[in-house]
Design a binder for this molecule. Structure first.
Ligand code: ASP
Length: 445
């Protein structure tokens, strides 16, 4: 086989850079936007769809196979408790870092009134901002335990048919897996090997889809740049806010590296390199859910985490553990308070932010822009004046997409870190055995 291939992450990075260049060039023409819409964007969409297409079957197969491989239920409980413990710890750390930074740098004091007014007129009555507020309101009116209710499917085939119901699929798969562990091995052998084979096939499909990744990220980034155009004047007014979020996200990467070094005893740079294709895709798609199949493939095959851990920790983490999102929520909430409602900046409110941002990041969907919806819930929990809400969101809207891209990278990295830590502590971290798409083809020369 061709062994001199360029590393996948280098290919994807080149695709992104070329996409950015093409995007800028096209944005300078009168026909660029149209051209990109008709001829470039569809390739990005096809790629994201292909990843989403295999997400549900992958979760089902790897969870059922993984859990039914466990010797007993005690092991599952161990994995479950450690996972949740790490998830809460990393999220609270993220929110605390966010709060410390935003209170130290006070980006709200560095934005001038003219920019605030401009953002206000530009976005506060914008349909998109209003829609986020509405979505948040309908979420909040549900019973407090609605998130538990939402986890249980009324019809498993319905759940399997809807990517937004990933947690329901996980619930069913865990339940199925547990029932299998409780039966004598010979009775479940066939079902187990079916799911095992199925899982292998889907991972191979991930390898094949990834062949398209460098071209797809070209399309995704180019179209993003052409279509948003980027109002640099407005964005630069938000520079300090953006820098605060970005600094926090970078600190989180440092924190993960520390955890990997201390608890998993792995070289953190090696860890990041293995994970990088998933991180680059998270950046390009702004969706942890779309990235999930690649995250799973990287963590299992390239980092060496056993399926019984990755199959559970990663899909659950994609929707439940969003460290980047919660850090962003803390910074954005305080930033908005600094500009629009300084009297709400007391200690009590900051503590409320820790709690609500934790819950909101659990409730946030793993799709682009979800974090902003949940921000409304955080702000409302503080008693933020409702008439100022659209203005608050307008304040951060212009720069939300780039920050969304970055926080999604952190969300994915956080999940992969916890998967590695849990695997290490339960004896399920092994030497990785990476597989290429063409491993089983006969040599050509
Ligand atoms: N886009 C993020 C994700 O999918 C969620 C968010 O913060 O908006 O992980």
């Amino acid at each position: 086989m061709a062994k001199h291939k360029m590393a996948l992450h280098t290919q994807i990075l080149l695709g992104m850079l070329a996409g950015a260049a093409a995007g800028w060039l096209l944005a300078a023409t009168s026909w660029g936007k149209d051209f990109s819409y008709h001829w470039i964007q569809p390739w990005g969409t096809i790629f994201v769809r292909m990843l989403k297409m295999i997400a549900v079957p992958l979760i089902l197969a790897s969870l059922v196979k993984g859990i039914s491989d466990l010797k007993d239920i005690v092991q599952f409980r161990k994995i479950g408790i450690r996972t949740l413990g790490w998830y809460v710890l990393t999220t609270v750390t993220a929110i605390s870092i966010g709060l410390i930074l935003v209170n130290t740098f006070r980006p709200g004091d560095r934005i001038d009134r003219a920019t605030v007014e401009k953002l206000q007129t530009e976005f506060s009555s914008s349909e998109k901002v209003q829609k986020k507020i509405e979505t948040a309101r309908s979420t909040r009116e549900q019973p407090a335990l609605q998130f538990l209710v939402d986890m249980v499917p009324a019809n498993v085939f319905d759940a399997l048919a809807d990517n937004r119901r990933m947690l329901q699929v996980i619930f069913f798969a865990v339940f199925l897996g547990i029932a299998m562990v409780l039966l004598p091995a010979h009775k479940v052998e066939t079902v187990k090997s079916f799911f095992d084979g199925f899982n292998e096939i889907i991972l191979k499909m991930v390898d094949l889809i990834m062949l398209m990744a460098p071209y797809a990220v070209f399309a995704l980034i180019a179209h993003l740049i052409v279509s948003t155009g980027g109002d640099w004047n407005l964005m630069s007014g938000l520079l300090w806010y953006a820098l605060t979020v970005t600094a926090g996200l970078l600190l989180m990467i440092g924190f993960y590296m520390l955890l990997v070094k201390m608890f998993a005893r792995k070289n953190p740079l090696w860890f990041l390199r293995q994970l990088s294709p998933a991180q680059l895709l998270a950046f390009s798609t702004s969706s942890s859910a779309a990235t999930l199949p690649v995250t799973m493939e990287r963590v299992e095959e390239h980092i060496g985490v056993d399926k019984e851990v990755s199959g559970f920790v990663l899909p659950v983490g994609a929707t439940v553990n969003m460290d980047g999102t919660s850090l962003y929520q803390a910074v954005a909430a305080v930033f908005i308070l600094q500009v629009l409602w300084p009297e709400g900046l007391g200690l009590e409110n900051q503590l409320t932010i820790i709690l609500t941002a934790l819950l909101a990041s659990i409730g946030a969907a793993a799709v682009p822009g979800a974090g902003m919806v949940m921000l409304v819930i955080v702000l409302e929990a503080l008693g933020f004046p409702p008439e100022k809400l659209p203005i608050g969101l307008a304040l951060i809207f212009a720069i939300d997409r780039p920050l969304d891209m970055l926080r999604t990278v952190i969300n994915v990295t956080g999940d992969a870190t916890v998967a590695t830590l849990v695997a290490k502590s339960t004896g399920k971290l092994h030497e990785p055995r990476p597989k290429e798409w063409d491993d089983y083809l006969p040599p050509t020369s």
